[in-house]
Structures are given as C-alpha cells and as structure tokens.
Design a protein around this ligand. Structure first.
Ligand code: NDP
Length: 318
C-alpha cells in the first residue's frame, strides 16, 4: 500500500560516513533506524580515490570500499537501508516529523537525523552545462571520470585542496593538465599547492577564468580562457574539463523548516551537540559543516546525532 503512513523511531537521511555512523550507533541502541540512501548512495566518498587519513587504515582504503564497509556494518546491526529520495519534510507538527519519500510514501518519524552532505559546485556557464548534461567531457569528479581521458589533455578549474588533489590525480592519467586559478594565489594548503607546482605535466595559469567550454557533437574540445589582469584570451585544447570549486550543502528541502545559515548550512541550535532548532531533528556531516568536511568529522558528528536522538527518545518516553 503506497499511501499507508509508516511510523519509525529514527529516520536517517543520507548514506555518507555521517549517515552510516549514525545508523551503527542508533541500531546498536535498538532504535531500529531506517536509512534512506539518496541520489548518491555512499555519498561523496564514493567519488574519492584513496583515503589515507581515516584512522584505523594504516595502508589507506578507497572511498567506495570504505562506504561498502560502513554500510555492511550498519546492516549487521539491522539498520534498514533503503533506496529513495526524500522530497519533502514537514517539521511543524511538534514531535511528529513528517517526511515524504519520492513524493509518494509518507513517514512519521520520532527522530530525524539529517546527513544529506554537500554537492559539487559548477561555474554555471551555458557551455559547461551543455557538455555536462550531454555527458561529453565536463565533470566535477576527477577520480570518477579521469579514466575516460587517459592519454589526453585536460583542464581543471579551482585552487583549493580539492582542485590540487584532483589535478595531481589527473596528472598520472593524462598527458597534460592545465589548472585555471582565478586569483594569483592558491587557496589550498601549502603542501598540496607545492605538490601540484612540482608536477611536470601540470601547467598552472594564474589570474585565469573560463569564458567558454568549447566542443562539438562528440563533446569537449577545449576551453576559452581569459587572463583577468591583461584581458588576453586564448583557447586551450582539452577533451576533459574538470571543475573543483567547492560544494553546496544539500539542504534545499529543509528551507523554511529548520534554521539554515546564509550559505544554506544547517545551524546547530546548541554548540557541541547535533541539535537543530527543531526538537527531535538532528544534523551530522557536511550538511552543517563548512569548516572541516572530512570523513572522520562527519562520522564523529553522526555518532553525536545518534546519541542525541537516543536521549531525546528516552526523554519523550518518560
Ligand atoms: P574550497 O572552497 O577550499 O576552494 C574552492 C576553490 O575554487 C577556491 O580556490 C576558489 O577560488 C575556487 N573557485 C570558486 N568559485 C570559482 C569560480 N567561479 N571560478 C573559478 N574558481 C572558483 O573548496 P575545496 O573543495 O577545494 O575544499 C573544501 C574543503 O575540503 C577545504 O576545507 C579543504 O581544505 C578540504 N579538503 C581537504 C582535502 C585533504 O586534506 N586531502 C582534500 C580536499 C578538500 P578563490 O580561492 O579565489 O576563492
């Protein structure tokens, strides 16, 4: 019965390290969590290559492998992991938190843990969007798509740690990588920037912005770029155009329902907890974190959210 309302004690939205860690803790506390995976099961880590900084993996682990292990661990304690996209929420009914899945199924949850993460940003140029939609050479994930440009030339936009990491990754696959940095400095940490500067087949163009992604019916053939100091424009040949300019929190469905900051990140009601301004609704991971954005911090806040949810459930059952 598609329209039957389901009641759950603990609903977890999102399947990155935050969501699965919340699930492991909630399941072991017998809260019978139901976790919806969302559009990108496993979250952003599934688009990462080697994770070398998660404690407990002395030899590193790939992002997808780590997410499979986290999922298996959550399921071992009987978390119900479901495919589905949360399309609407209504948190205006006191303790009954209403959530709709795929615009259809309605769930009433005693507690909700939001672990919806963040998504890659794009430049917003019509030509970029055209080739992105066509699947013809624009990507925000070098680790996912770099392989398709093996032995070819690529361009990457951005100057943060992500851009440096991805440029370095591409440099091992591609003959040449041109990095477009809009200012005259990197935002990335010194060590990451230095690694890029030392890589012979990475060319860095400072003060350079993209005017247009060039291409034909087959896909991308180049990028028209402009030096914002001299005004000079030139075309750089490439078959892959990568964008690594940051992320946007996946919180649109919560607008008007819970407190967000000016950039859309969910605000913690009480520092040092996972509480939002709605009792019974908790947040973990990148949906509320614009500073750290690490798998380990996401996992840590997932744990906090499950513990806070457990305490909340105990308080309403008293
Ligand atoms: P950041 O926000 O740190 O950097 C975004 C970069 O994109 C900036 O250099 C910015 O330029 C540039 N940019 C933004 N918009 C545009 C635009 N329209 N055109 C051209 N360039 C643009 O995002 P990251 O994803 O790199 O990193 C996010 C966080 O994750 C950081 O805290 C980072 O340290 C961390 N991280 C850590 C890693 C690690 O330790 N292994 C790996 C990856 C990320 P400008 O500098 O001019 O603003």
């Amino acid at each position: 019965m598609a329209n039957e309302i389901e009641h759950v004690h603990c609903l977890i939205i999102g399947s990155g390290p935050a969501g699965y860690t919340a699930a492991i803790y909630a399941a072991r506390a017998n809260m019978k969590p139901v976790l919806y995976e969302g559009m990108q099961p496993g979250g952003q880590l599934t688009t990462t290559n080697e994770v070398e900084n998660f404690p407990g993996y002395p030899d590193g682990v790939t992002g997808p492998e780590m997410m499979m292990q986290l999922k298996a661990q959550a399921e071992r304690f009987e978390t119900e992991v479901r495919s589905g996209w949360i399309t609407k929420v209504d948190f205006t009914n006191g303790g009954k938190h209403k959530v709709w899945v795929d615009n259809e199924k309605e769930i009433h949850a005693d507690t909700v843990i939001i672990s919806t993460g963040a998504s890659a940003k794009y430049l917003g140029l019509p030509s970029e969007q055209k080739y992105l939609e066509m699947g013809g050479g624009v990507s925000a994930c070098a680790v996912c798509d770099g392989f398709f440009y093996k032995g070819q030339e690529t361009v990457i936009v951005g100057a943060g740690d992500s851009a440096c990491e991805e440029a370095h990754y591409l440099s091992k696959i591609c003959t040449k990588v041109t990095m477009l940095v809009r200012r005259d400095v990197f935002r990335a940490s010194k060590i990451m920037a230095e690694r890029v500067k030392k890589t012979p087949n990475i060319e860095i163009l400072f003060n350079t912005e993209t005017e247009e992604v060039l291409g034909n019916d087959m896909g991308v053939t180049g990028a028209r770029v402009k030096n914002n100091k001299t005004g000079e424009t030139k075309d750089i040949p490439c078959t892959g155009f990568f964008v690594a300019i940051g992320h946007k929190p996946n919180t649109d469905i919560f607008k008007g329902q819970i407190n967000l900051d000016e950039t859309g990140y969910i605000k913690y009601e009480e520092p040092g907890t996972s509480k939002t301004n709605i009792p019974g609704v908790f947040v973990s991971g990148d949906a509320a974190d614009k500073n750290y954005r690490q798998a380990i911090t996401a996992a840590g806040t997932g744990c906090m959210a499950a513990l806070d949810a457990e305490r909340y459930l105990a308080s309403i059952e008293d």
